[in-house]
Design a protein around this ligand. Structure first.
Ligand code: AMP
Length: 600
């Protein structure tokens, strides 16, 4: 055995050991066994794939069918630990293959029992819940009798209860809906063996932290806990320290490599010209599918209408779109019925559609994490992708922050001008014409009729082949002109606008500062000072979220928020307990500690 050990990758040793011992146990001839061992050893080296994890034949076949040849880095590191039943704290983003990293070993460790849930996976959104449940289903093809259910808000409660009653082994759900089921005892937690928190930082950001802790408190003491998070804010660290036991810790920096597969660009653009710029960018993008992120539902709707009017195949994905329609929309995007999706952050979280080759950040994301999540919608599973960010002149300083986080330069890009677009249109037409030759089938009946038509034009009308071709091209390009001839003077005016805007901004900011400070807080509130301001790109929502998470205050208890260049003021109910005050000091918003102090 020792010869084998020294040659085999140590992280896989525990799992391969079993296979090897069963392989040789039937051999009573030592030298023959030795040969077998060395053959096996060579095999282990040559087929790096999934076979060395000690997976069942059924799972290996499923993975082969799915075309997974090599485990991704997170899978290489996490699977051996999880197969041993260890707790795991993993820092990895979507797109790294993390779902399979936890789903595969989980499936291998459970067997269908009495139908009480054995595994619970919590995800921040229903889209991700559905996606993870889909992945589980796909991976469980070779695991007879394992039942998986997604539970999330916005879908029929009763049918979920019925499914739970019929028996489920793996429940994937959003915290709120899982809590509801637990409270009603429709989800019984007594037999849960494994809990997965997927995209924990996202759940924190969305204000689910209390719900998660509540759920954790209900679960059996003895269980395996797996926590995945793209970033590790202090709150997630605290959670992991409290609930994970001696976890294996894995950080996958490969995401950086993934992000590098995504070419990132920005366009400086005045708000009023964004739509015109978007249409121009889309015209020259030549991408299979595109996702456009906008800040609000209203903007997504308006954009979709404008793009539809410009003959794009477009759909909206926002919180107002009912669940069943969202699922249909995503399906249509996958199948090519839609090429452009206009979405809000929450609605598109976790979206995994390989066709998406371009992400356009029409509106600036609320923070750097949202940016990372957004651009992660492209470049899926090692594919190349592109991301374009629209930045208004005054948002430009935010770029440095983004570049630091993604560890990559975001290149400047110009809005394509008329000349560029026309060049593009001509090239496109040329390529299409040239590829028609390749498409031509000799036995095609229509082609022979057309060819006869050309002959007739040449003889009856004495037209040259060139004239025929020219006329045909004019007809093909249709009534709309081949060349764009729109006013483009605004493209060159951008710089002048920017300078004027910056001056105006400074003036209005200082005016606001003077008028705000003079208003005192309501009588039941006290004013506090926070160390984050405009220069950190903080928005009121970030402050409300952080304070509500840490202090347990309801959003509506948080009073007026005033944001200044290097600090902010917030009015909070009088009599804040010292421990909360103390904790709030260390809470980070936009990566900066709030360092809250009483303002006088
Ligand atoms: P995830 O990070 O879980 O969102 O996975 C990202 C994508 O990678 C999904 O489309 C998976 O189907 C795919 N994937 C996961 N593991 C592998 C693998 N070992 N080989 C090829 N594709 C994979």
């Amino acid at each position: 055995m020792t010869t084998v050990k020294s040659n085999v990758d140590s992280t896989r040793l525990e799992n391969t050991e079993d296979i090897k011992s069963t392989e040789i146990s039937s051999t009573d001839n030592y030298s023959e066994g030795d040969e077998k061992l060395s053959a096996l050893n060579t095999e282990l080296h040559s087929q790096e794939g999934f076979s060395s994890f000690g997976f069942s034949d059924g799972l290996i076949r499923t993975l082969e069918k799915k075309g997974y040849k090599e485990p991704t880095p997170i899978q290489k590191e996490a699977i051996p630990e999880l197969m041993l039943g260890r707790d795991l704290l993993g820092q990895a983003q979507t797109g790294t293959g993390k779902t399979a990293a936890f789903a595969l070993p989980i499936l291998e460790r459970i067997s269908p029992t009495n139908g009480r849930p054995q595994v619970l996976v919590l995800t921040p959104t229903r889209e991700l819940a559905l996606q993870v449940a889909d992945s589980f289903n796909a991976y469980a093809e070779g695991h007879q009798g394992i039942k998986i259910l997604a539970v999330y808000g916005g879908s029929d409660f009763r049918s979920q209860i019925n499914a739970l009653k019929r028996g489920v082994d793996v429940v994937v759900g959003t915290p709120g809906r899982v809590m509801d089921h637990m409270r009603q005892s429709t989800l019984l937690q007594k037999e849960l063996q494994t809990l997965v928190l997927d995209e924990a930082d996202e759940m924190l950001r969305m204000g689910f932290i209390d719900d998660i802790e509540w759920i954790l408190e209900q679960l059996p003491e003895e269980k395996q806990m797996i926590l995945f998070s793209a970033t590790m804010p202090s709150e997630i660290r605290r959670l992991s320290k409290r609930y994970l036991h001696n976890p294996a810790e894995i950080t996958i920096k490969a995401k950086k490599k993934d992000a590098q597969l995504i070419r990132q660009k920005y366009i400086t653009i005045q708000n009023s010209y964004k739509l015109a710029a978007l249409k121009r960018v889309l015209e020259i993008s030549a991408k299979e599918a595109v996702i456009i992120f906008a800040r609000t539902k209203v903007i997504t709707q308006r954009l979709a209408e404008a793009l539809e009017a410009a003959n794009h195949n477009v759909a909206v994905l926002n919180g107002d779109v009912p669940q069943n329609l969202r699922e249909r929309t995503i399906e249509r995007l996958k199948l090519g019925g839609i090429d452009i999706l206009v979405a809000t952050d929450v609605a598109a979280r976790g979206l995994d559609v390989e066709r998406i080759e371009l992400v356009i950040n029409y509106d600036m994301p609320f923070d750097t994490e949202a940016y990372v999540h957004r651009i992660g919608r492209t470049g899926r599973a090692g594919r190349n992708g592109e991301a374009i960010l629209f930045v208004s002149p005054r948002e430009k300083s935010y770029l440095n922050n983004l570049e630091r986080v993604v560890g990559q330069k975001i290149e400047k890009m110009e809005v394509p001008n008329n000349e560029f677009i026309n060049q593009f249109r001509i090239e496109k037409l040329k390529t299409e014409l040239a590829s028609e030759t390749e498409n031509k089938k000799d036995d095609d009946k229509e082609s022979s009729i057309l060819s006869k038509l050309v002959d007739e034009l040449e003889t009856e009308f004495e037209m040259s082949p060139r004239q025929v071709a020219m006329n045909a091209l004019k007809l093909a390009t249709g009534k709309s002109q081949l060349l764009i001839n729109e006013d483009e003077s605004w493209l060159t005016k951008q710089d002048t606008f920017r300078r004027r805007n910056e001056r105006y901004d400074d003036r209005s900011r200082s005016r606001r500062r003077n008028s705000f400070d003079s208003r005192s807080p309501e009588k039941d509130k006290q004013r506090y000072r926070l160390d984050v301001g405009h220069k950190d790109h903080v928005k009121p929502g970030n402050i409300v979220g952080a304070i509500a998470n840490e202090s347990g205050l309801k959003g509506k208890m948080i009073g007026r928020i005033q944001i200044f260049e290097d600090h902010s003021l917030v009015d909070l109910p009088k009599g804040m307990p010292t421990n909360i005050f103390h904790n709030l000091k260390r809470v980070k918003v936009m990566n900066k500690e709030l360092n809250i102090t009483l303002s006088n």
